[in-house]
Structures are given as C-alpha cells and as structure tokens.
Design a protein around this ligand. Sequence first.
Ligand SMILES: *Cc1c(COP(=O)(O)O)cnc(C)c1O
Length: 367
Amino acid sequence: MIPFLDLKNLNLRLSDEFKKAADLVLSNGQYILGNQVSSFENAFAEFCNSDHCIGVGSGLDALTILLEGYKTLGKLQTGDGIIVPANTFIATILAISKAGLVPVLVEPNQDTFNLCPTKVKEAISANTKAIMAVHLYGQMAPMNELKALAEQHHLLLFEDAAQAHGALIDGKKAGAWSDAAAFSFYPGKNLGALGDAGAITTSDAELNSIVRNYRNYGSEVKYVHTQKGVNSRLDELQAAFLSIKLKSLEADNGLRRAMAERYKKDIVNPLIHTPNHPANALSHVWHLYVIRCEQRDRLKLYLHQKGIETLIHYPIPPHKQAAFAELNHLQFPITEKIHNEVLSLPIYPGLSDSNQLKIIAALNAFE
Ligand SMILES: *Cc1c(COP(=O)(O)O)cnc(C)c1O
C-alpha cells in the first residue's frame, strides 16, 4: 500500500534531534511558556516576515483567538459579517461562529479553489467587517487584490494560513499579508508538530499584546485578569520539535513542488483534471495535490484496489453540515461541484520516485 501520508518516517528522520530537544526540556524543568516557546515564536515570526508570533494550542484556537482579540480591541462586534470561502475546512467557519461573528460564505474560483476578488466585492454589505482569506491546499489567495479591496472598504483582512507555511507572493510570506493570520501545526501540515499546536502571526502590536494574554487566561501578571481569556498555550515540547522542523520546511516545500510538477507533466488522462499551477511557483507549497474527476468515487476505489491511498478534502462543504443547520438552505454550485469531484493524491517528503511513478501509471490507466 502507498500511504496517503507517511508521517512516521517523515518524523523519524529527525529522531535524534527530537530526543535531544526533549532532554533539554526535561532538564530545564520549565514546561509552560518557557524558552522553547519564545524561541520558536521568534523564529517563526521572522520566517513569516511578521513582527510577532503567538503560539497557541491549535489552528482552530489561533483563528478563534485572533477574532476574539479584534473584538476586545473594539474593531469587531458580535454579529459582524466575515467574508470567507464556502469551500474551506470547517475550522475557519467554526472559529467565526464561536467568536459570535457571522460567516458570509462566498463561492471560490473553480481553478484555484481560492477566494475570487470579484465575488468578494459583490458580497460586501454594510454588515461586512472583515475578509478571511484561506490559502487552501497550500496556494496563496490573491492577496494583492484582497488587500486593495479591504483597504477600499475599510475591512479587516485575515489569513487562514493553516495549509500554507512558507508560501509567498512578491517576496512576502503567508502570514504577513493581513492584519493577523492563523497557522496550524497539526502533525500532517507542511510544518507539523508531534501533537496539536498552532500560532497567530501579526504585525499589529496592539493585537499582539491582547492575544498573548488572552491565550493565558487573559492575564499578563499572574492572577491579574484583564480579559475573560482561555487556556490555549503552545506546548514547550511541541515548540522545541517545531523549531527543529522549521529548519527543513523550505527544503520540504521544494520537494513538494517538484512532485507537483511531475504529476502535472505526467498525468495525461483526459478524465482527470490536474490542478492549476500558479505562474509564480513560490506562491504554492502543495500541502495537498488535489485533482478533479467527474467519476471521483469510482477513481478513489480503483486507486485503493491498486494499493494507492487517497483522501477527499473535503467530502461535505460547511453549508451542508448538520452542525451548521442555519446554513443548510444555501446553495453554492461551484463549491458543491468541487466537493463532488476533488481527490487528494499522496504528496510529501519521503514519497519515493518509484511510488510516484506507480501512482501516475495507475491514473493514466483509469478508464
Ligand atoms: C488544519 C486546518 C485548520 C485547523 O487546525 P487545527 O490545528 O487542526 O485546529 C484550520 N484551517 C484550515 C484551512 C486547516 O487546514
């Protein structure tokens, strides 16, 4: 079986370094918000061309906390509308709704799977206060255009960068294009921990100090609480592991790009649509390689029978989920078509050339 993702071997490459880091944390005796967290925060802020990075417990928490932070600052109010792509992962929508804000779902561009500036513009109403771009599958949303729209309409701009660590446009990384961005370090992400972890990046000094306290019971000085915060702190051990993995992120993203190029070049079956490759190759880090096929379910089964594991990102769009009954009446034909046709192929550092060739041969033989 060719696994969809071989995380174990990916992490075992770094086994010796991880063990040393764990020993260091053990001998330091400082387990919460210690040196490992602050040194990863500094390294990741610098990596993202952002002034600040605040480590939190997960990507979902990063999204929720950055929204809560802008509510605390008075820049967002309960009930404000946040424009968000209708085809995103559920966490983006959950965070908006958990923060008491209203997700305004907008159809994506069918070729990029990302927000389309024209459709965003049409969706802006008097209630709209922010745009949440999602760099889906690792490809950056059209940030120049979205930034111009946000400025023109006095909206806040955010990034859900959970799938796009290291992607860049015009020399500026994902996480540095907006008022604040959320990252996930879920193990399977391009930069993944050995457990749950996340971070917010921002160059807004006010937001930085608010969320830094919010993640820690709303407290800067111990037992003095200025906000009704939460407990969502980046773990000291996970921070140590992430600092190690950050060093190979660029190289790993390069391997993903080379694999994507090979899929693009060698998949020649007219029943299968390979994804759009952006003119600027650096703006995509290929967290996922997502093909489209009208007979997706049959293709998935066929590949499974050939020993190739694939996944669907995502089988059910947020507006069709039982958890969002209030959105179930909405119709988004592009989003629904995407959810019916997409299939994610294996793409990760450690996927061998010979296995990638097997996947390509199987796809080309599908009829
Ligand atoms: C993974 C992911 C999240 C949530 O991250 P967690 O760390 O699992 O909470 C949010 N948004 C997107 C687009 C993601 O892919």
